[in-house]
Design a protein around this ligand. Structure first.
Ligand code: MG
Length: 250
């Protein structure tokens, strides 16, 4: 498996791309509330990416029709923003966004509460975020990628959450999806992380079972049991020391 280690210049551009992704998330956090449509969120994200002279990575990717993926409650990932999808009190919404800056990609997702949410949804969000950071903590030079997967799995199991099997993290850089694929559970993968690699870690955890399917729009992935799902993602740079989160504000 050929995995490209990023140059200093590429990493610099990925920090810029990641900063734009973080700016979009900062804005999502501010404007998500009962009564707004997911299309409104998409427009707001598109505006920020354009203002920073970047390209919305998802728009047109395999024909995806929008800037963000907006997935509400039992939708897991790849929800298509719509005028008719209006957020209401108690919903949770996962926003995934990519920005391409001078050819380099930043990719990051977060799940937000809409107003007050149930205690079990709070636990779902808190645990999925914790699973992300447990995975990131294992992103060390010479560590096995399977340790990252295992750290995510352990946090999910602790709270008996479902783990989405069909989707996962990925190398990222010149392309949104590069090698390696990152499972959110142990698979006995022998892939070794190396300084200079850039990889997106993205646990998707469910309040119910593991199983998901895709709706007839060919995009929206939903839980089979209809229970809520959360998704948290950062793009990470493996270094000699602490893992560097690239999808953060500069
Ligand atoms: Mg991703």
């Amino acid at each position: 498996m050929a995995v490209h280690k990023k140059s200093r210049e590429e990493l610099k551009l990925m920090r810029e791309a990641g900063n734009i992704v973080a700016l979009v998330h900062q804005e999502m956090k501010r404007i998500i509330e009962p009564g707004v449509s997911t299309k409104y969120l998409d427009d707001a994200a598109a505006k920020i990416i354009k203002e920073h002279k970047a390209i919305p990575t998802f728009l047109g990717y395999n024909g995806f029709p929008a800037t963000i993926c907006a997935s509400v409650n039992g939708e897991v990932v790849h929800g298509i923003p719509r005028e008719t999808c209006i957020l209401k009190e108690g919903d949770i919404i996962s926003i995934d966004v990519g920005a391409t800056y001078h050819g380099l990609v930043g990719d990051g997702a977060w799940t937000y509460p809409v107003g007050n949410i149930s205690d079990e949804c709070k636990m779902l969000l808190e645990t999925t975020e914790r699973a992300l950071f447990a995975g990131i903590e294992k992103m060390r030079d010479n560590a096995l990628l399977d340790e990252v997967s295992g750290a995510v799995e352990d946090v999910a199991n602790e709270k008996k959450l479902g783990i989405v099997r069909q989707y996962g993290g990925h190398g990222v850089g010149r392309q949104m999806h590069e090698e390696p694929f990152v499972f959110n559970y142990r698979v006995g993968n022998k892939f070794v992380l190396k300084n200079g690699m850039t990889i997106a870690i993205e646990p998707m955890l469910n309040l119910g079972g593991d199983d998901v399917h895709t709706l007839e729009d060919d995009w929206t992935v939903v839980t089979n049991d209809g229970k809520p799902s959360a998704h948290f993602e950062h793009t990470i740079h493996v270094t000699d020391g602490e893992p560097e989160i690239l999808t953060k504000l500069l």
